[in-house]
Design a protein around this ligand. Structure first.
Ligand code: SF4
Length: 173
């Protein structure tokens, strides 16, 4: 049995899925517009702090994709920063769990004004598939003032960029 399984795995090759196609032109245009909008409103490029308030990590994978070799958004000036003290935008994912509530509130307080909160994914809106769990306090708006919600389970990198652009075009500093 074990030898059959080994042989089958040996002959069928890797099961890795091909990367999804990326429209480089549309991506570059979108990212450039985000950067231009950021410079017009704040005089600098956009700095983003990601906060996982209790997600399943699906939304994180899409957010991380913004910086991978396919999207590589730093070439357009968008930056993910390690500290909320350096951030303009908090990208918050997940339902907010009871355990993460205080950390989320502290992160918000540590972020200098002007700052914006973007709730990413269906769980961040109202708890999503985790709504009603005794471990969750609800969507992000149950804890922080939310400026924008980007729907999806999870939202794609392009949807994230479109959301950031909509945010920058709608706010004034
Ligand atoms: S919206 Fe979907 S991918 Fe994102 S944390 Fe919720 S279940 Fe996971």
């Amino acid at each position: 049995m074990t030898s059959k399984l080994l042989f089958r795995n040996f002959v069928r090759g890797p099961l890795t899925e091909a990367a999804p196609p990326v429209d480089d032109v549309a991506l570059a245009e979108l990212a450039t517009r985000v950067n231009q909008a950021s410079r017009a409103r704040m005089g600098r490029t956009l700095s983003i702090r990601e906060v996982d308030a209790g997600s399943c990590n699906g939304c994180e994978l899409e957010i991380h994709a913004l910086n991978n070799v396919l999207y590589d958004l730093e070439r357009f000036g968008l930056r993910f920063v390690a500290s909320p003290r350096h951030a303009d935008v908090l990208l918050v994912t997940g339902p907010v769990t009871a355990n993460m509530r205080e950390a989320l509130e502290r992160t918000y307080r540590a972020t200098p004004d002007p700052k914006w909160v973007v709730a990413v994914g269906d769980c961040a809106r109202n708890g999503g598939v985790f709504a009603g769990s005794p471990a969750c306090v609800g969507g992000v708006s149950a804890v922080l003032p939310v400026d924008l919600h980007i729907p999806g389970c999870p939202p794609s990198p392009s949807a994230l960029l479109k959301g950031l652009l909509a945010l920058l075009e709608s706010v004034s500093t």
